[in-house]
Design a protein around this ligand. Sequence first.
Ligand code: ARG
Length: 568
Amino acid sequence: MFMFEEQIIELLKKELKKEAQGDIKLEIPPKKEMGDFAFPCFNLAKEFKKSPVEVAKQIASKLKPVGMVEKIIPLGPYVNFFLQKGNVAESILKSIHEEKDTYGSSKEGKQRVVCIDYSHPNVAKPFGIGHLRSTMIGRALYNMLKFHDFKPMGLNHLGDWGTQFGALIYAHLTWGDRERLKTDAIKYLLEIYVKFNHEKEKTPELQDKAKEWFKKLEDNDSEAIKLWARFRELSLEEFQRIYKMLNVDFESYDGEAFFKDKFDDAVDLLKTKVKTELSDGALIVPLEGFEVPAIIVKSDGTSTYITRDIAAAVYRLKTYKPYKVLYIVGSEQKLHFKMLFKIIGLLGKDESKFEHINFGFYLSADGSKMATRKGTIVFMEDVLNESIALARKTIEEKNPDLANKEEVAKKIGVGSVIFNDLINDRIHDVVFDWKKMLDFEGDTGPYLMYTFARASSIVRKAIKEHSLAPGTSVDFSKLSHESEQKVVMLLSKFKEKISESLAQYKPHVLAQYLIELGRAFNEFYHSCPCLKEEDKELQKARLLLIDCTRQVIKNGLKLLNIDSPDEM
Ligand code: ARG
């Protein structure tokens, strides 16, 4: 919170000693003529035994402007506050100029550990566009938590265990092609998996083969383990290529396989603490409030997805001593996590630490589910490469003389895919539309990156051609234009927006704020010249404002894991 907000809250607190228990929340009036902050009086009506309009009048008449507060008036059911513009701009712009890359950060986290289970693609399957959502939402939360002094732990809970690996081993040994496994692992593994399922329709007994091989895996059979390890390693190599493009890494890649034999204690505990039952040879836990029980151990003694998750949860509590454990997984697994958290509670652990951060699907521009476009899977690497190619084409058209064209194309291409994912409220589905995503005028990554490059270019020119570097010995009261004040006020909201994103685990709050800031900046840019401004004092003040906006857009995009080029 900035000093001026604190000053207003102090004033109100003094006046409302007993009436206003709890937090005093200020709002931003819809119109500039109505002041900078408004205090709503609805909740005080009862206490004062007056209408909110009367309450606002009474409070306003008692308050005396101090510090940066210039004027206080009642407006309907609100008390509105007007600030001394120069001082406000001074306090915000000076902080940004001083704090630079750390502007917007805080010490709020106090190094508390937050486990983030994210990305977690499935081995031997393509990294699909669905995993992009988990990867980017998870990573943005990771960055924001770190910025606010938490200690995030990125856990890539790989899907590297389960009956499907039995099927894969059987298929590879039966119809296999070693060469293709070497050169084109994921596509090859996908093909033999599809073939297995196809053949299974004709010969249902094949499922037994898959189970047999999975049982061998669980029993540590050396041939089975060797093949499995090879599939895993080749898949990881492909995933790493994508992570490199997206600039993402993890503290741990312990996937389901890692937890396969760590559930015995949990099962014992379940047996003593909860009622387990045998049903057709399988060990199940009936859960109150659920229509189906959780299957803990299958009749052949093998583990299930939920068993491995129970083991992982217990392990994480013990190993990381976390303040929170977040699972960034699509809404289709809601039931799974409800069950998991319930069981964690039944085990006597603190289930309130656990949270399922769910999200919607990707849809094609025509509204169909993206993963099955034309009956085929959309490969993430192809999507990124196509986006980079489109960015490359745009650069050739718009700025063919640009230096480092390839590097810039990569940043724009990848950044637009990421931003398109994060600008959407995670609980909604995302439409994947190339045209919209790369539109330089829309609510897009390229729009923000272009705004950042524009601001950077003005600062560069000022230094080079006008020997003028952004600095803070300026007359802040010169920034009196409406569009300048709007940018200043938005800049002051940055930290708050990060906190808001974190409170809801929703990165789109930050992404949308950045778009709002970009729009305000471009409005200012079009109505207030800087390099051509004759009033030298005004010019200096505007240059600082431009440089501060540049800094905040940069910090914001970085939190969303987007690296913005200085020039494009
Ligand atoms: N691999 C799973 C999938 O792609 C997601 C794993 C989520 N994490 C977990 N701990 N269950 O659907």
